[in-house]
Design a protein around this ligand. Sequence first.
Ligand SMILES: [Zn+2]
Length: 257
Amino acid sequence: MPRADCKQCGGTGWISSEERDGISSVQRCACVAEVQLEEAETRAGIPLNYRQASFETFLLPTDNPVLQRALADVMLAVSSFARTYPKTAKPGLLLVGPPGTGKTHLAVAALRSLMARGHEGMFFDYQNLLERIRAGYSEALGAANRDAYRTVLETELLLLDDLGSHRVTDWVEDTVTAIVTHRCNHRKPTIVTTNLPDPDMGSATVEKGGVGAPPRFKTTLEERVGERARSRLFEMCKVIRMPNANDYRIRPHRSTQ
Ligand SMILES: [Zn+2]
């Protein structure tokens, strides 16, 4: 389908090129492929607020050169994964870091650039995915949700956003382990983001308490998804820790927390 208001082709989807030897030829307008890609991104479940996410639209901070450099390195690592695909050393990417560090933007940028090259991909928000899989077990809630589970196993590229953002039950742990193991065993590329700290990533897992309060232990990735899924993920993925402003504070800053 061409774009109805396209200025190049007037919505016909065809552009005629210069006449040569009395014969003019027509060719497909670029808007046809653009519309196809937009439709594929809708089917892939990419949320509207990430539809423009690309490496070009990833903004680096200008007020903190050290953080800027660290984020630029991370962006290069993710874009090099996308560029090298499918010949990447590991089939997956795991982006670890606190909220607001740009994990999802970079993950979607990688997915979109691969989809633009004709690869098939799906975006799933972890919590929403688990709800859909669970609903798929109840007869009343139709086959669409049952298909979510199959899609997550079978799609060429899976982006699983916000892994572990859900309270733990045996069912959740088993489901996540099954998905990760299946994709790992079949070397199916999987891009995962998570807010949860992991001690192997150098993330702090203990937080200072307030005055007179004991330290708090943060929930780790392993506690949320289980040891097996966590170790398969580390096997399958190039693990990238997102730099964040707290690691690269320029001036001493008195925290209010
Ligand atoms: Zn056009």
